[in-house]
Design a protein around this ligand. Structure first.
Ligand code: GLN
Length: 476
């Protein structure tokens, strides 16, 4: 893996005129050219646009203007974020040929901060999956071991950062899709509070759970990127009417006196490997060594999180994906009647996992079953929120493994249920709308990275990032 400069040091050098944005972008395009054939982190590399943008930034610096806090920093953008005039595929055949007429709010904010997009990254089709194997364009491989998956669904973004293709990337997280690939690839990934980052221009999977968030090689870079993309956006009705998050200034305040709870039910959850559990305990001890007060806490309802999620997320997806019918977006397979055209288009356009979710969700929402499935799942969601509330009366942040294991082999989880079990630790924060971050903390028995998850109550990002920075600093 090529070592990368941090986004902070790159931006500082570009802003000071010590390094040209063009040279930075060229170096990263070179790394992509060398290794992306093997990894397939990108669906599309926008080299010409990136170089042209870098030149604009250099011209701004030469003219005495400040291009912004991410001046000249290359960034990889998950391919479910709309980019004006640039194909946005969601790694699905159904969006074949579609070019959005507008940029997602986060993409606009990146540009305003001087970041340079180098391309669109691979994902599980419509962000449904935990390995990036569900992409219609073939899987992404883990840069640490190419026989392994990078995690998912934002596997392309995580692999891009871990491989040194870009110091920063954006992902989306509906049930763990930023945190789990960050853990598998040995980098930092955060899911913000629901509403902290605008979803405008994020292709919807499960709208009550989806959030966009940062990937970076360290906690401070992730904080900086989240500051840039957060803050109120009138174009997203669920956006919290607050200014951007302020994280960097308190990052180094340490954890003295903070109360850190380890969630018993997640540490003991089905499938958590002993080496991952022991790294999580080591993280707890490291935080204790840094001055935090640690305790074990119970959040009983989290064990039902997986079941609730796999009703709520497919239910919302079945509704969100109804719009891909061959009329307005992308693929269309013609047929004698409109009904058959819908049928053929959707059959040709969607992969197996997306079809499965649409069927599950349609069933869960159908008359006669609604209360038994969707209604019950919503009640579980409320229980989880209540249990978290009780835990946060005693603790400032909560800790758990990010994923049950280190990165698994491609093809190892052919059974969809086995794949779903990967999300046991990440899903509760999505159901509650709370922020959570994965920080690398050593490696498993197989030598692959392990991630530890830090969770916080809604809008508790500043404390969460402080703990993350302390944990990063305590790493052996
Ligand atoms: N792995 C989960 C799923 O398949 C989460 C995906 C995500 O966060 N986008 O639904």
């Amino acid at each position: 893996m090529s070592p990368v400069d941090t986004a902070r040091s790159t931006a500082a050098a570009v802003r000071a005129g010590e390094r040209s944005a063009r040279s930075v972008v060229e170096a990263h395009l070179g790394a992509i050219g060398e290794r992306d054939g093997e990894l397939h982190a990108f669906n599309l590399v926008t080299a010409d646009a990136a170089l042209a943008h870098a030149d604009e930034i250099d011209a701004q610096v030469a003219a005495g203007h400040d291009p912004g806090p991410l001046a000249g920093v290359p960034i990889a953008v998950k391919d479910n974020l709309c980019t004006a005039g640039v194909p946005t595929t969601c790694s699905s055949k159904i969006l074949d040929g579609w070019r959005p007429p507008y940029d997602a709010t986060v993409v606009q904010r990146l540009r305003a901060a001087g970041a340079v997009s180098v391309g669109k990254t691979n994902l599980d089709e419509f962000a449904m999956g935990s390995s990036t194997e569900n992409s219609a364009f073939g899987p992404t491989r883990n840069p640490h071991d190419t026989s392994r998956v990078p995690g998912g669904s934002s596997g392309g973004s995580a692999a891009a950062v871990a491989a040194g293709f870009a110091p920063l990337a954006l992902g989306s997280d509906t049930g763990g899709s930023i945190r789990q690939p960050a853990a598998f690839c040995g980098i930092v990934g955060a899911k913000p509070t629901y509403g902290a980052v605008s979803r405008y221009g994020l292709v919807a999977f499960a709208s009550s759970l989806d959030q966009i968030g940062p990937f970076a090689t360290d906690v401070a870079d992730a904080a900086l990127l989240l500051e840039v993309i957060s803050g109120h956006d009138p174009l997203d009705s669920t956006s919290i009417p607050k200014p951007p998050l302020s994280l960097s200034s308190t990052l180094q305040q340490g954890v003295e006196g903070l109360r850190v709870g380890v969630v018993k039910e997640l540490l003991d959850a089905e499938g958590i490997h002993p080496d991952v559990a022991s790294r999580t305990r080591a993280a707890l001890e490291a935080l204790e060594g840094a001055g935090a007060k640690i305790e074990e806490v119970s959040v009983p309802a989290v064990i039902y999180g997986l079941s609730a999620y796999y009703l709520i997320a497919p239910a919302e997806a079945s509704s969100n994906l109804a719009r891909y019918d061959g009329v307005r977006y992308g693929l269309r397979v013609d047929a004698p009647t409109t009904g058959e055209m819908y049928d053929r288009t959707r059959t040709a356009g969607f992969g197996a996992e997306v079809e499965r979710r649409i069927m599950l969700g349609t069933y869960a929402l159908s008359a006669g079953y609604y209360d038994a499935y969707y209604g019950k799942a919503q009640k579980v969601r409320t229980l989880i929120i209540r249990d978290f509330e009780a835990a946060y009366e005693r603790c400032d942040v909560l800790l758990s493994p990010t994923a049950p294991t280190t990165a698994f082999e491609l093809g190892a989880k052919a059974d969809p249920l086995a794949m779903y079990l990967n999300d046991v630790c990440t899903i509760p924060s999505n159901l509650a709308g709370h922020p959570a971050i994965s920080v690398p903390f050593g490696s498993g028995d197989d030598g692959l990275p392990v991630g530890v998850q830090i969770m916080a109550p809604a809008m508790g990002e500043a404390t969460m990032f402080r703990v993350a920075a302390a944990l990063e600093g305590a790493r052996a």
